[in-house]
Write a new protein. Structure first.
Length: 97
């Protein structure tokens, strides 16, 4: 699973998508595409953004939910928390001489 997270984070477009979900969680594909154009000057097709979202979802960084005919994308930080706790977890007490 950590490999999927690192693969997802390796792409700058996917990091921008995560930034947009950090700013405003629960966006539709249309909203994400619009924010990428206005905020970052990225004019990607909906299919391209959808593929990026699929990679993020496989890595567990994005969770989707449906409400009627709309599909909302929510940021999930749990996979990042696992990585952080792996390397930056509780420090062992320092011994004094």
């Amino acid at each position: 699973m950590a490999d999927d997270v690192f693969k997802a984070l390796a792409d700058p477009t996917r990091r921008r998508i995560l930034d947009e979900l950090t700013d405003r969680n629960g966006q539709t594909l249309f909203e994400i595409c619009g924010r990428l154009v206005t905020g970052h000057g990225l004019s990607l097709s909906r299919q391209a953004v959808s593929q990026h979202l699929a990679v993020l979802e496989t890595a567990g960084l994005v969770i989707t939910r449906r409400e009627g005919r709309y599909k909302f994308h929510d940021l999930n930080t749990e996979p990042l928390e696992h990585i952080v706790s792996r390397w930056l977890g509780p420090k062992a007490p320092e011994s004094t001489p």
